[in-house]
Design a protein around this ligand. Structure first.
Ligand code: NAD
Length: 362
């Protein structure tokens, strides 16, 4: 089992180190190879996604990814910005289906900004299309001002587009995921205003006919954003486009207490996957040993389940995380009165200790 480890920038290196520590304690036959990506790769090789990193990712069964980006790269030409690395990996590997489970652990009910009764028992799966939409549309650009310079430009544009096959395949993923859960899918669109999303709605409706056991409803994205905080438990599987999914999944993460708790998996049609926390490189807390590594550790568990066919090892990690939270151990972002505040590394150590305990017992 070959894992490409791409820590990236900011807290990426800190949180991935903890996930690797957790994977190592499982004593499975992994081969892990690390490479630079994002700003770190730009500094070393002049490009955020060098060929060597892309080739390593292509050859791997799975990719464990941290995060990329830093404000200091904001003035670079767009193709050289760190964030292009993650877009490049998604596009080159065909990682079109992004799974973002938002699960509220009972122990963290108090860490959410919503009332406990609204989020206790919450278990939503947001499925975001990842390789289409406005993030990959053409044409894009800024109209050059009369003086020939971008800074004086009068207009900028990005084109939103989806093709039928792109919508069909993500719809199939959503309906099949729902069949393994409570058989409900909410498709989120903006069909009242955007042609692209009227088309999305039509195609999702057509695909739904192949899944008569799954109930489909449609919701406009503005309403979905509101319902997520008003009555989040009304949702089960949510399927949506790239941009709406980006925004809604960050919103859903706060229901669970912290963005530091939300893992994600991005899969292609061969089940090769990239696994990363839903958050970014958090430059504001980078290097302070205070970031929450649990989203990355839980992403490693998803990697074991989805791409490496090791469901028991995945269960072991997830149970260890639950046990650690139940013992009152918390990083700063999820800390509350009466619990024990720990660093990034101490949180990783606590998960390792909990796994070791189950291995010893078992
Ligand atoms: P962010 O997710 O990095 O941070 C948002 C807030 O959440 C910050 O206050 C941060 O401190 C906090 N936070 C994030 N992860 C945390 C964790 N594990 N533990 C505790 N707190 C955590 O988003 P941002 O600040 O908008 O972006 C920072 C950089 O990350 C930008 O350059 C952005 O482009 C990039 N980014 C990268 C990815 C990716 O690599 N996939 C995703 C989103 C943003």
């Amino acid at each position: 089992m070959k894992i490409a480890v791409l820590p990236g920038d900011g807290i990426g290196t800190e949180i991935v180190a903890e996930a690797v520590k957790v994977l190592n304690v499982l004593e499975l036959p992994f081969e892990m190879e690390t490479a630079l990506v994002g700003g770190a790769a730009y500094e070393a090789h002049g490009h955020p996604l060098p060929d060597s990193t892309l080739n390593l990712a292509r050859a791997a069964d799975a990719i464990l990814f941290g995060a990329v980006g830093d404000w200091k790269y904001d003035t670079l030409d767009r193709p050289l910005r760190p964030e292009q690395a993650i877009l490049g990996l998604r596009k080159n590997l065909g990682l079109f289906a992004n799974f973002r489970p938002a699960i509220c652990y009972e122990e963290l009910v108090g860490a959410s900004s919503l009332k406990p009764e609204l989020i206790s028992g919450l278990d939503i799966l947001i499925i975001r299309e990842l390789t289409g939409d406005i993030y990959f549309g053409q044409p894009r650009g800024r109209r050059i001002a009369t003086d020939g310079h971008f800074p004086g430009a009068e207009e900028a544009f990005d084109t939103m587009r989806y093709s039928r096959p792109e919508i069909e395949r993500i719809a199939h993923v959503a309906f099949q995921a729902a069949q393994k859960r409570s058989k409900r899918v909410t498709s989120v669109d903006k069909a009242n205003v955007l042609e692209t999303f009227q088309f999305w709605k039509d195609v999702v409706t057509e695909v739904s006919k192949q899944y008569p056991d799954v109930a489909l409803d449609h919701m406009y994205v503005d309403n979905a954003a509101m319902q997520l905080v008003k009555e989040p438990k009304r949702f089960d599987v949510v399927v949506t486009g790239n941009m709406f999914g980006d925004i809604l999944s960050d919103e859903a993460s706060m229901l669970t207490g912290s963005i530091g708790m939300l893992p994600s998996a991005s899969l292609n049609s061969q089940n090769q996957g990239l696994y990363e926390p839903s958050h970014g490189s958090a430059p504001d807390i980078a290097g302070k040993n205070i970031a929450n590594p649990l989203a990355t550790i839980l992403s490693a568990a998803m990697m074991l389940r989805f791409s490496l066919n090791q469901p028991q090892a995945a269960d072991r990690i997830e149970s260890a995380v639950k046990a650690v939270l139940a013992s009152g151990v918390r990083t700063t972002d999820i800390w509350s009165q009466g619990t024990t505040k720990v660093s990034t590394r101490e949180m990783g150590d606590a998960v390792v200790a909990a796994i070791t305990k189950t291995i010893t017992k078992g």
